[in-house]
Write a protein that binds this ligand. Structure first.
Ligand code: FAD
Length: 440
């Protein structure tokens, strides 16, 4: 934030500051969009080719825009994680390894799993959540992005009757942050959506959220950037940064040997922001929590296999999202959290957990053949909150990452707030808890 005033004032063709945004996921794309709207000269670089831009986390996620979602750091989460961590088929699997970074991440995570900290997190996540859908709807409307967006909430679908009370208590605990919910009993749920099996006890409908087809959203948003003058560079991996002796950032170095001069650099490279940040002199300790999805073309079966709303299956932690893509009804089943080194081979048993985890809830799902499989990484900080803001030790460097399982939801408003910080404007919410210097 110390930098902000340096860039305030009207931007004319002659004094337009050049911002390079690293990473064209939802966070980077939203940042570039908001910066361009404010008159900055913007280049966004991504190491992937254009054809693969929807294959990252911002395209492959479950597409639940679930405002009011708790962060990973909740009371009891570290103990539950420890119980699960060595089982290859538990919702959370941590690949055992002797790694100082992992041990320190786990310890810090454990220290943050308490109610007092959760309450503080929810203040900032609430402030972001209440704004992000409006920001996203503005982008979708202005750019006419067809991504099957619907602000229809999400369902916490419960199989076992004895778990309804737990689901209800969780929903109730969100009331103090303003989130609305409704309990739906099994029969009423089946009348509303015949896709649910007779074994489902009921659901909690969290009313304030939305869902979309995320691959179409990210492709549409990145595709819209050139219309606002943003230079979009695909196949442009960043391998380093240039700095002055005092540490101010002056340029981004690409893997192809090119150098892009920059007044400001925004690091929005998802889980790769950690190794890249270290090259630029900032530490944002993150673990990549890999998840998988299966994509289905939905056959015309009776009763239909698809609900009208996105949902999370309470006992298996699997997310199921209906989505219309290119006029075809599809279903995405996504989930599992697997913490291990980046780039390891997929674990097929974890992909299998997705179907196994949804068959008891959804009619006919076991009769469908997946048309596609995918894996990608959630960028997870050890304290459960994103890292967003100016880097103290490197004037000109901003960070926007670490949204874990909430990046699709909170990415749009993150882009807005980063653009406001760079322009020296009052941020649309108090982002002091997200200060990226907190890890150094
Ligand atoms: C299975 C699963 C389900 C999920 N479901 C949901 C959900 O329902 N709702 C929700 O809100 N969130 C969900 N998430 C989380 C969400 O997908 C992420 O938090 C979010 O997509 C992160 O966005 P990002 O822009 O920070 O990173 P990314 O989307 O990972 O984008 C980073 C970009 O940086 C680029 N990059 C990396 N290194 C370099 C380099 N050296 N040079 C140039 N470019 C580089 C990458 O190619 C990539 O395009 C889910 C995640 C998973 C895995």
């Amino acid at each position: 934030m110390a930098l902000a005033n340096q860039f305030s004032g009207p931007l004319t063709a002659g004094n337009r500051k050049h911002v390079v945004v690293v990473g064209a996921g939802i966070v980077g794309a939203s940042t570039a969009w908001h910066l361009a709207k404010k008159g900055f000269a913007v280049t966004i670089v991504d190491r992937e080719p254009e054809s693969a831009i929807a294959d990252g986390a911002s395209g492959g996620n479950a597409g639940l825009l679930s405002i009011g979602h708790y962060p990973l750091t909740r009371p009891g989460a570290s103990w539950r994680g420890m119980k699960w961590m060595l089982s290859r088929t538990a919702p959370l699997y941590i690949k055992p390894r002797l790694d100082r970074e992992l041990v320190s991440w786990l310890w810090n995570f454990h220290l943050h799993c308490n109610q007092r900290y959760l309450d503080r997190c929810m203040e900032v996540l609430g402030a972001m959540g209440w704004q992000t859908l409006d920001v996203l709807e503005g982008m979708i409307e202005q750019e006419r992005i067809a991504c099957d967006y619907a602000r229809d909430g999400w369902l916490d679908v419960v199989l076992k009757p004895e778990n309804m009370a737990h689901a209800e208590a969780e929903a109730k605990s969100l009331e103090k942050y303003g989130y609305r919910w409704e309990r739906i009993e099994g029969d009423a749920l089946r009348r509303r959506d015949p896709c649910f099996t007779g074994a489902v006890a009921g659901a909690i409908h969290m009313k304030d959220s939305a869902h979309c087809a995320p691959s179409d959203l990210i492709a549409g948003l990145v595709g819209a950037l050139p219309r606002h003058g943003v230079k979009v560079r695909f196949d442009a991996g960043v391998r380093g940064f240039r700095k002055t002796r005092s540490g101010a950032i002056t340029a981004v170095e690409l893997e192809n040997g090119e150098t892009l001069m920059a007044d400001v650099v925004v690091l929005a490279a998802g889980v790769w922001s950690d190794p890249l940040g270290r090259l630029a002199g900032v530490k944002i300790p993150m673990q990549g929590a890999r998840g998988y999805h299966l994509q289905f073309d939905v056959p015309e079966i009776d009763p239909p296999a698809v609900a009208s709303t996105g949902m999370v299956l309470h006992e298996s932690f699997v997310a199921v999202t209906p989505m219309m893509r290119a006029g075809k009804r599809q279903l995405r089943i996504a989930g599992t959290l697997e913490i291990g080194p980046l780039g390891q081979p997929w674990m097929p048993e974890r992909l299998g957990m997705l179907l196994k985890g949804s068959a008891p809830y959804l009619n006919g799902v076991d009769r469908m053949k997946p048309a596609g499989e995918w894996a990608g990484y959630r960028p997870c900080t050890s304290d459960g909150l994103p890292a967003v803001g100016a880097v103290k030790s490197s004037p000109g460097l901003f960070v926007a990452t670490g949204h874990a399982m909430m990046g699709m939801t909170l990415g749009p408003v993150t882009g807005k707030v980063v653009a406001e910080m760079i322009a020296g404007e009052k941020p649309c919410f108090d982002a002091s808890m997200l200060n990226p210097n907190r890890f150094n």
